[in-house]
Write a protein of this length. Structure first.
Length: 268
């Protein structure tokens, strides 16, 4: 597993620094760090452009085995010193493994749609942690894909990767520039569209999720859903709030609605 040792000024090392600082132009490149993240990359078969590892601190068999797999899997692999690693990581006890990987690209035309299809639409989500959790929720509910529109945070943000538990690598994610384009795609494929709206008088238990293609749409925590959604043939539903809070976190709301829809489709 011998590889060239490079320093802080090497182009690949500088690329990691640029990505970590949101300075890179390609928003489909992410930085993965640590043994768990690299095991996820390997399991998903993700394209790894650069693998950097610090053999001086890779002490456990698990870490060294992972480093060996990644060195073989990556397009390029380099050793770095503990000093260089310290500039690339914010962790107090890093594993010594850092990669630049490329998120898969998904095309809306390639998403299969049938009577069991379930889609989550996230419109204008502004927090990386929320976006990551929504991706993880879509995976847990076996949603066919996640539609992202009016995106406010990059999919390659480190918090998206962590909050999604790596499912950002495997969940089909299709982007649309605005609400209208996402709604048109759903309508053209016969989706019944449900909007998560705390002000709706119809509750999610009474809305009657059916077995046909179903889309659940959630908006940002601060602004909610844009008014363009209400110009469509949609059903707005609420989740009853029985305490003093006026709404749930957006990812919690999405989970409740998606599981209810999935239960209706599967006959739970």
């Amino acid at each position: 597993m011998a590889s060239q040792r490079v320093g802080l000024h090497h182009p690949r090392v500088r690329q990691v620094l640029s990505l970590a600082r949101n300075g890179a132009a390609d928003d489909h490149l992410l930085v993965a760090e640590g043994v768990w993240a690299h095991e996820m990359l390997a399991r998903a078969g993700t394209l790894v452009e650069t693998f950097l590892w610090c053999p001086d601190i890779c002490r456990s068999d698990r870490v060294r085995d992972c480093a060996e797999r990644m060195s073989a899997m990556a397009e390029t692999a380099y050793e770095i010193s503990p000093k260089v690693l310290a500039r690339l990581t914010a962790r107090a006890r890093p594993d010594g493994l850092i990669s630049v990987a490329r998120l898969p690209r998904w095309d809306a035309a390639d998403v299969p749609v049938d009577e069991s299809s379930l889609v989550l639409v996230v419109d204008g989500i502004e927090y990386a942690g929320n976006l990551g959790t929504l991706i993880r929720t879509a995976d847990a509910c076996h949603a066919d894909c996640l539609l992202v529109t009016s995106r406010q945070v990059r999919l390659t943000h480190p918090r998206v990767f962590v909050a999604s538990r790596g499912t950002v690598l495997t969940t089909p994610i299709v982007e649309f520039p605005g609400s209208a384009q996402a709604a048109e795609w759903l309508e053209s494929r016969g989706f019944e569209i449900f909007l998560a709206d705390p002000q709706a008088t119809l509750t999610y238990r009474a809305c009657g999720f059916r077995r046909g293609p179903t889309a659940v749409v959630v908006g940002s925590e601060g602004q909610g859903l844009p008014p363009q959604w209400y110009d469509r043939k949609v059903t707005a539903v609420s989740i009853p709030m029985l305490g003093t809070a006026d709404s749930l976190n957006v990812s919690v709301s999405a989970a409740i609605l998606l599981y209810e829809a999935r239960a209706a489709k599967a006959g739970w």
